[in-house]
Design a protein around this ligand. Structure first.
Ligand SMILES: [Zn+2]
Length: 134
C-alpha cells in the first residue's frame, strides 16, 4: 500500500494563505457587485459581503501579527534559515521540515495532535513524574 505523502506546512503560512484567500474572495464578491449594478439591492449585498470579507481578512492578518510575537524563533536544522514555530510541533516555513520543541518527540512522526491541550497536559504530567523519580 502506498503511504500518503503529506507535506506539513507551517501554521503561520497556513493562516497567511487563508487570509489571502479571504482577501481575493472579497474582491471577487465585490466584482460581482459591479456586474449586478443594474439591480441595486443585489449590488449592495455583494458590496457589503465583499467589504465584510476584506475586513475579516484584515483581522486575520492582525491575528498573524499577534501570533508571530508569541512564536518561538528557531534555526531550521534542515535549511539553516530562521523560522518561527507555533506550538510544540510545527513545520519550517521554508523547507517544510517538521520541527519540535519537545526533546521527547524528536524523531517521532509529525502529528498535529501534539499541539492539542490534552497532549500538553499529558506531557506536563509525564515530566512531573520523571522529576519525582529523580
Ligand atoms: Zn527549513
Amino acid at each position: 500500500m502506498e503511504k500518503p505523502n503529506i507535506v506539513y506546512s507551517s501554521k503561520i503560512n497556513k493562516i497567511r494563505s487563508f487570509a489571502l484567500i479571504l482577501l481575493f474572495a472579497g474582491m471577487i464578491v465585490m466584482y460581482g457587485g459591479i456586474l449586478t449594478k443594474s439591480t441595486p439591492w443585489l449590488m449592495y449585498i455583494f458590496f457589503g459581503l465583499g467589504v465584510l470579507l476584506i475586513l475579516f481578512s484584515t483581522l486575520v492578518y492582525f491575528f498573524i501579527g499577534l501570533l508571530s510575537v508569541r512564536a518561538v524563533p528557531v534555526e531550521c536544522p534542515s535549511c539553516g534559515k530562521q523560522t518561527k514555530m507555533l506550538g510544540i510541533v510545527d513545520a519550517c516555513m521554508y523547507c517544510k521540515q517538521p520541527l519540535t520543541l519537545e526533546k521527547s518527540l524528536e524523531g517521532k512522526e509529525f502529528d498535529e495532535k501534539y499541539n492539542s491541550p490534552e497532549f500538553r497536559r499529558k506531557l506536563k504530567e509525564m515530566k512531573k513524574n520523571q522529576q519525582n523519580q529523580e
